[in-house]
Write a protein that binds this ligand. Structure first.
Ligand SMILES: [Zn+2]
Length: 105
């Protein structure tokens, strides 16, 4: 799986990610927040998402993005939620599925 080499907020409520494949993606804050992989957002046994999209405020934004080892980032969201660890492979999959390809800057 690709490695994340950069992640930071971008205009229009998007987060920008760069992978070592040379690809850049932008994904909406809301999409990233909604796909939080933690145990309070996803049922650990059934794997079913318990977080409802409608319950996320449209103005959600990341307050802080911190690296976890060399394989994940932890996001502190403006709704106070910070237990989600996004592995690089998860970020890559989300980028492919929900993100838009962003040109080099
Ligand atoms: Zn969560």
């Amino acid at each position: 799986m690709p490695n994340l080499t950069a992640i930071h907020p971008s205009p229009q409520h998007r987060i920008r990610m760069t992978f070592d494949t040379g690809e850049n993606f932008e994904i909406q804050y809301l999409d990233l927040r909604f796909h939080c992989p933690c145990a309070s957002c996803v049922d650990e046994i059934t794997g079913k998402r318990t977080l409802r999209r409608e319950s996320i405020k449209p103005d959600i934004k990341p307050m802080k993005i911190e690296p976890v080892g060399r394989y994940a980032v932890q996001v502190n969201w403006s709704d106070g939620h910070s237990t989600g660890m996004y592995h690089f492979d998860t970020l890559y999959k989300l980028s492919k599925e929900f993100g838009v390809s962003a040109p080099e800057r």
